[in-house]
Design a protein around this ligand. Structure first.
Ligand SMILES: [Zn+2]
Ligand SMILES: [Zn+2]
Length: 269
């Protein structure tokens, strides 16, 4: 059977504050060659304006430093390296990237579910129950889908409550009809859905093959809604990169995803 996970569009380097200082684009290339990853998409964080003490132009200029690094590596590798970004979309704030500045990137991943990564941004909201968290996740997902960009857009870790103290309970609270509302909109707007490492990180219960049945179900509904998909290891360092790809591949096979279901950014060699 053909390999599906030959592209990874969600990889961080040391230009993300949460990645180790020695993680560079070059750190991943030997691993790509080892497991047949032919497209590597670098997607460092673009935080909301004035977040973490940086202004919007400072954030953008910092993220774009990746271009020099990639230009120097391109002649030395057969891996196609794309310049993406993970754009923060906080509740009630402008996104971390403007429509005009998106021209500098090959594609964008919108992060709409970092609610518990940045508790300060959400302290005015009551997020004490799974239902309340779910409601906000849906609102943020829809808001992200409706942003206007002229570049290909995907949603990373869609609807997944990263770092929430009750991730499984939040996932259990979604109904199929809520998933359908979200994913029909994404499909209609050609927004790719990410087959993300949260499938296997253990924030929700895992089955005997190390995959999360709840997250597989979410992706199953996304597939039924006609969404396109891409793979995202969300690697911040080379450790675990190969193992995560194996799990993402397994998940895609389990879902019956084929080449035709993959986003054009994930397949254009
Ligand atoms: Zn993220
Ligand atoms: Zn990420």
């Amino acid at each position: 059977m053909e390999k599906l996970c030959f592209s990874d569009l969600h990889v961080h380097t040391n230009l993300s504050l949460c990645a180790p200082k020695d993680t560079t684009v070059a750190s991943f290339l030997p691993l790509c060659e080892q497991d047949g990853t032919r497209i590597l998409g670098i997607s460092n964080h673009l935080y909301a304006p004035n977040r973490l003490g940086c202004t919007y132009p400072e954030n953008l200029a910092y993220a774009l430093k990746i271009k020099e690094e990639v230009a120097a590596l391109t002649p030395q590798t057969s891996v196609k390296i794309l310049i993406g970004c993970e754009v923060e979309t906080f509740y009630g704030q402008p996104p971390g990237l403007s429509r005009e500045d998106a021209a500098a990137f090959d594609y964008l991943l919108l992060a709409a579910s970092h609610i518990f990564n940045f508790p300060g941004e959400y302290q005015h909201l009551d997020l004490t129950t799974p239902e309340k968290v779910k409601k906000l996740l849906i609102e943020q997902f829809i808001r992200a889908c409706l942003l206007e960009y002229d570049k290909p857009v995907g949603i990373c870790h869609p609807l997944y409550p990263i770092c929430c103290p009750f991730e499984q309970e939040v996932m259990d609270s979604f109904t199929d009809s809520e998933y359908e509302t979200c994913f029909s909109l994404a499909a209609e707007r050609n927004i790719s859905i990410e087959i993300h490492a949260c499938l296997t990180r253990g924030g929700t219960r895992l089955d005997e093959s190390g995959l999360s049945p709840s997250y597989l179900h979410l992706l199953e509904v996304a597939k039924d809604c006609g969404c396109k998909f891409h793979f995202g290891s969300d690697a911040h360092a080379p450790g675990g990169f190969l193992e995560i790809h194996e799990k993402l591949e397994l998940a895609a096979k389990r879902l019956g995803i084929t080449q035709e279901d993959l986003w054009e950014v994930a397949t254009a060699l």
